[in-house]
Design a protein around this ligand. Structure first.
Ligand code: SF4
Ligand code: SF4
Length: 374
């Protein structure tokens, strides 16, 4: 912890390294931004190695190698080896598609510490439909088995929404069958592509309440066999979650082209200035960049947060959600029952429609910029 004039700056503990936005799948809840980074804009492995060294010097202990699909990088083994050399615990977050078993073996040899594979459902046809990719279910299962065979710890990620919420117990069974030691159950967060698909993804209140009871039952049933972590959905909560443990406080995110974000959805807030690891050292960016400083601490808070006893517990909730729902990133998260905009959340939760998914597509920033100027 250090004091930088008006702000207390903590050491970040986790780095989310988005190695690429490329992905063979098209999940309608993908948290990648609607405008994706281009392949020829991606940081090279040498730059990632420098970022990892600087992150370790800053206090980071864990690097989450994510995307898109990190398996799309031909230099992934080199990147994993660089994380090991920097002394970071490395966690590969993969769709399970686009990564061969041969590459997985090389990653293990290079020092990979942990693997997370996302599954879309316990039924193959539904899972493939949600992923927008025929055969995804089978490939994920095969890769999961290989992770365990190699002796790497495996976590199964499940993003919950209306199409799969009734099968949480079956998805936990799937994780157990694969030999996973942990399952992470997170309801879809409505920004990025999920915001476009909110009406199609939003579960009903009765489904969410039943799911919460099921998770508690599953924890009791499987105690000692698998760890079940679950994130409560915002839209049916009374208080917001402490989003990313507080803005610019404990974690940071580096995009494929090197922009440093305090949280992975921060680019959804217009008007923030993000600095790039191509131009500056990570410590300088963490301490001084306008984006990292924007909502650090509690001085920026309006009422009711400013005088609330929970302000150091939930940090006023999610800035991206506040921006998405009110147009003001400094507003109290509308999920909070004390927010003057709380009624918006109930209205949006009720807005459900069985419409086709708008699947994540490879729309690049360059293509969007061109369209804007045409
Ligand atoms: S959420 Fe789906 S589409 Fe997005 S990066 Fe992950 S696997 Fe790919
Ligand atoms: S008023 Fe602000 S600090 Fe208090 S519970 Fe709501 S979001 Fe959290």
């Amino acid at each position: 912890m250090a004091s930088d004039g008006d702000q207390t700056v903590y050491k970040p503990l986790g780095l989310l390294a988005e190695l690429t936005h490329r992905c063979p799948l098209g999940c309608p809840y993908c948290s990648n931004p609607p405008a994706l980074d281009r392949r020829d804009d991606e940081l090279d492995a040498v730059t990632w190695a420098r970022v990892f060294r600087e992150a370790a010097a800053l206090g980071v202990l864990q690097v989450h190698l994510s995307g898109g699909e990190p398996g799309a990088r031909r230099d992934l083994v080199e990147i994993v080896a660089a994380a090991r050399t920097a002394g970071l615990y490395s966690n590969l977050i993969t769709s399970g598609v686009g990564l061969t078993t041969a590459t997985l073996g090389k990653l293990a040899d290079a020092g990979l510490d942990h693997v997370q594979i996302s599954i879309q459902d316990s039924i193959a046809a539904s899972a493939d439909k949600i992923a927008g990719y025929d055969g995804a279910f089978a490939r994920k299962n095969a890769l999961g088995r290989e992770v365990v065979r190699l002796g790497l710890p495996l976590t199964i990620n499940v993003v919950v929404h209306r199409a799969n919420i009734e099968r949480i117990p079956d998805m936990v069974d799937r994780a157990l069958a694969l030999g996973a030691t942990r399952v992470e159950i997170a309801h879809a967060q409505y920004y990025g592509w999920a915001l476009k698909n909110r009406a199609a993804l939003m579960p009903r209140r009765d489904q969410v309440e039943r799911a919460a009871v099921q998770v508690e039952d599953l924890r009791r049933l499987h105690q000692g066999r698998i760890v079940i972590d679950a994130v409560v959905p915002d839209y049916y909560a009374r208080f917001p979650k402490p989003c990313v443990g507080g803005w610019g406080r404990r974690s940071l995110n580096v995009t494929p082209s090197g922009r440093v974000l305090p949280c992975h959805a921060a680019e959804s807030i217009t008007g923030l200035e993000f600095w790039n690891v191509r131009d500056r050292a990570l410590a300088d960016i963490w301490m001084n960049s306008p984006a990292c400083r924007a909502f650090r601490g509690t001085d920026w808070m309006p009422e009711p947060c400013a005088s609330c006893s929970r302000r150091d517990i939930d940090f006023g909730g999610c800035r991206c959600q506040a921006f998405a729902l009110t147009g003001n990133a400094a507003a109290t998260d509308p999920v909070c029952q004390f927010s003057p905009a709380h009624h918006l959340v109930a209205d949006l939760a009720a807005d459900q429609a069985d419409v086709p998914y708008d699947y994540r597509r490879q729309i690049t920033r360059a293509a969007l910029a061109k369209a804007d100027t045409a």
